[in-house]
Design a protein around this ligand. Structure first.
Ligand code: S3P
Length: 438
C-alpha cells in the first residue's frame, strides 16, 4: 500500500480520533485475568490490539467483540496453554506485556512477531523477568520468545536501565503472579496506564514520580473501561491544523494523562495554539476536548526531560521542526532507533528527500526549518513515520508519495478518512492498483 497526498488547505471542523492503543491493550490483558466482567468501550480496533485480543482468545479467555469499539470479557477462569505460537504482529507492547504475564503461568508459550518486531530488543524484559525466576529463550535477545511455564516467581527491586513503560508493565504483570513485593524505579517518568488500571481493578499499588511498589500475588476485579481517544493519533491532526492557514479543529474526548502530554508542551513551546477544554476523568484517566488553531512555529531546543512523555511523537515533531522558523535540536532520543523503524534515520532520510536539512547524531538530530518540496518518501513500514509524512505533504510544494503505509492500520484505522474529512487530498493505493503511481 502507498499514499499519494496533495498539498491541501485544511478546513476547520471537529474530528473523532480512535481509542488509545496503550489503554486498549491493557484493558484486554487485565480484563482477561480479572475475576468477573470487564466491559470496554472506545476500544481501538487496530491490528496491534487485535493481536492481543486473538492471543487472549487462544488462551481460553471468554472475550467477545460486542461492537466495533466494544469488547466484553468474562474473566476468572485463568489462562490455558495456547495451541501454538502467538503472533504479536507489529506490536512491541503486546510482546513485552505478554512476556511478563506468561512468565507466571503454569504452561509454556511462544511469542512471535512480524519482520519489524523480530528485530526489536527483548533483553530489556528478559533480564528483569529472569531475575524474578522466569525462563525465557530468545534469538540473541530478539523474538521469537520461548517462555517456560511452571516457574516460581519472586519479587524484585529493579532499576530500569531505559525509561520504558513496556518493561515496567511486564515486571508488574509478572509481579501479579510472584511471591513478594515488586519495586520498579524508572530513570524518567513513563506512561502509567498499567498502574492506573490495576488500581481501578482493586490492586494495591503505590506510585511516586519514578518509583512503583506493588505487593506480589494479587487478584483483579473486572470493571468498566471507557478508553479515551489516543493523543498519539490526535497529534497528527493537531500538527496538520497548526501548519494550516486560518484553521481551527476540535478533537473530542482525547486522553491527556500527564505522562503522555509531552507533545502538547513541546508544540506550545514552539508557538502552537492548543487549548484543553472540559477536562474530566474516564475512570482514572484524564481526558479533554482539544482545540487547536493554526499558528506560526519557531525552532527550539527540545528539553530531553520531556522525551519519555512524548516518546511516540518524535517523528511528527521532526515535521513540526521542518515547518518551524530556525532550527530545532533534539537530544536524548536514542530510543527512537529501536522503535518500529529507526525513527531518527527514517525521518532524516524522508525529510532530506523533501528538501529539508537534517543533521543526525547517535541520539538526536538538528532539523533546519525550511520549505517542504514534494517527491517520494519511504516509511520503512512504520505507521507513525507514514502518518507524519502525510501531514507534511499537506504543506508541500507538490504531491508526496509515501511508500509502505499498510501499518497505519496498527494504530489509526480510518486515518485517510479522517484527513479527508478535513479537506485533505489523500488517496491510498494497493501496490497492484493499475495506474497507482502519481
Ligand atoms: C507503550 C510504551 C512506549 C511506546 C509504545 C507504547 C506502551 O514504549 O513507545 O508505543 O503501551 O507501554 P516504551 O515504553 O518501550 O518506550
Amino acid at each position: 500500500m502507498h499514499y499519494v497526498v496533495e498539498p491541501s488547505a485544511l478546513a476547520s471542523g471537529a474530528v473523532t480520533i480512535p481509542g488509545d492503543k496503550s489503554i486498549s491493550h491493557r484493558a484486554l490483558i487485565l480484563g482477561g485475568i480479572a475475576n468477573g466482567l470487564t466491559e470496554i468501550s472506545g476500544f481501538l480496533p487496530g491490528e496491534d490490539c487485535l493481536a492481543t485480543l486473538a492471543a487472549l482468545k487462544s488462551m481460553g479467555v471468554h472475550i467477545d467483540r460486542t461492537g466495533d469499539t466494544r469488547v466484553s470479557i468474562e474473566g476468572g477462569d485463568g489462562l490455558r496453554a495456547p495451541p501454538g505460537p502467538m503472533d504479536m504482529g507489529n506490536s512491541g507492547t503486546a510482546m513485552r506485556l505478554f512476556a511478563g504475564l506468561l512468565s507466571g503461568q503454569s504452561f509454556s508459550s511462544e511469542l512471535i512477531g512480524d519482520a519489524s518486531l523480530s528485530q526489536r530488543p527483548m533483553t530489556r524484559i528478559i533480564e528483569p523477568l529472569t531475575s524474578m525466576g522466569a525462563q525465557i529463550d530468545s534469538s540473541d535477545g530478539k523474538p521469537p520468545l520461548l517462555i517456560s511455564g511452571d516457574r516460581t516467581l519472586s519479587g524484585i527491586a529493579y532499576q530500569l536501565p531505559v525509561a520504558s513503560a513496556q518493561v515496567k508493565s511486564a515486571i508488574l504483570l509478572a509481579g501479579l503472579f510472584a511471591d513478594g513485593e515488586v519495586t520498579v524505579i524508572e530513570p524518567a517518568t513513563t506512561r502509567d496506564h498499567t498502574e492506573r488500571m490495576l488500581r481501578t481493578m482493586g490492586v494495591d499499588i503505590r506510585s511516586g514520580e519514578t518509583q512503583i511498589v506493588m505487593p506480589g500475588g494479587q487478584s483483579l476485579t473486572g470493571t468498566e473501561v471507557n478508553v479515551p481517544a489516543d493523543l498519539s493519533s490526535a497529534a497528527f491532526i493537531i500538527l496538520a491544523t497548526i501548519i494550516a492557514t486560518d484553521c481551527e479543529v476540535m478533537l473530542v474526548g482525547v486522553g491527556v494523562n500527564p505522562t503522555r502530554t509531552g507533545v502538547i508542551d513541546i508544540l506550545r513551546d514552539m508557538g502552537a495554539d492548543i487549548s484543553l477544554d472540559n477536562v474530566r476523568l474516564f475512570g482514572e484517566e484524564p481526558v479533554a476536548d482539544i482545540v487547536v488553531r493554526s499558528s506560526e512555529l519557531h525552532g527550539i531546543e527540545v528539553d530531553p526531560a520531556t522525551v519519555s512523555l512524548a516518546i511516540d511523537e518524535f517523528p511528527l515533531l521532526f515535521i513540526a521542526a521542518a515547518m518551524a522558523a530556525g532550527k530545532t535540536s533534539f537530544t536524548g532520543i536514542g530510543e527512537l532507533r529501536v522503535k518500529e523503524s529507526d525513527r531518527i534515520a527514517t525521518m532524516a532520510e524522508g525529510l532530506r528527500v523533501l528538501g529539508i536539512e537534517v543533521d543526525e547524531t547517535p541520539d538526536g538530530a538538528v532539523v533546519h526549518g525550511g520549505v517542504i518540496s514534494g517527491g517520494s518518501v519511504k516509511s520503512h513500514g512504520d505507521h507513525r513515520v507514514a502518518m507524519s509524512f502525510a501531514v507534511a505533504a499537506t504543506r508541500a510544494g507538490w504531491p508526496v508519495r509515501i511508500e509502505d503505509t499498510a501499518a497505519v492500520d496498527t494504530s489509526f484505522p480510518g486515518f485517510v478518512q479522517c484527513l479527508r474529512s478535513l479537506g485533505v487530498g489523500i488517496n491510498s493505493f494497493s501496490d497492484d492498483d493499475i495506474g497507482a503511481a502519481p
